[in-house]
Write a protein that binds this ligand. Sequence first.
Ligand SMILES: C[S@@+](CC[C@H](N)C(=O)[O-])C[C@H]1O[C@@H](n2cnc3c(N)ncnc32)[C@H](O)[C@@H]1O
Length: 270
Amino acid sequence: MTSYADTNLKNWECRVPIHLKSYPLEKFKAGWDPLFPIEAKEIGNVAGLDVLHLQCHIGMDSLGLVRRGANVTGLDFSPSAVTAALGLAKETGLKAKFVEGDIYDAPKLIKKKFDLVYTTWGTITWLPDIKKWSAVVAKMLKPGGRLYLADGHPTMLIMEEEEGRLVHKFPWRTDPDTPLYFDEEITYTGDALPKDGSASYDWAHPLSSIIGGLLENGLRLDFLHEHETVAWPYVTLMVTDPDEPRMFRLPENLPQLPLSFSIGATRALS
Ligand SMILES: C[S@@+](CC[C@H](N)C(=O)[O-])C[C@H]1O[C@@H](n2cnc3c(N)ncnc32)[C@H](O)[C@@H]1O
């Protein structure tokens, strides 16, 4: 692994015990559905499908897919996240496989092919090479299998909040060896991160690289949707969406921007 991946792994290892306290796990155990409204509406019927959940974190969404009837394998490079996911599966009696490993090693680590590769909310930004990611997605799909991706919109991710306004702060694209460096005091649940795990690197991927990579690797684009809401408060000026309390949006007095996007794509049959 590169030193960027080592730094990010340390960051995620620190976040797991924090998220185990702040994710709504008790609600989940009582039957609550963790999927956000965007993916809940767009993934379609997953019952009976073999699903690979990339960057599954502590497994709550993976197990949400199990409750929908899917046969789920989750993959994450954080040993603590995988341990937590296995623990959650045991506690809830929901059956899923969880594999520890870097996403780029998925084809080596998991020999099975899937009907659906699923990855949502805070995933591809952690990956240096989006073309290589597309190749992994294509390799993990059965012919005719599909990808579902929902994440922060590249237009939002170039912005930062300054004095109650959004300002353009970050580049719209990065190369694998020129990541953005962050040293953050809090994780996205609003809880404090320890100083020795606060550093991280991430990468800006334009929509053209994300979609271009999928097309180059033999997938067909089924849809690209842009949304005025996102699953976490990216900047503090964001407000809760009145129609969906788990989603965040810009206040009405500001010009609206796409804050997230979702993609459905299908691997060719042959
Ligand atoms: C923001 S979380 C995903 C959140 C997830 N959607 C959820 O609902 O909890 C990002 C995850 O990506 C994982 N990750 C980051 N880089 C990775 C890599 N190179 N390979 C595999 N997993 C990685 C982290 O360990 C973390 O669990």
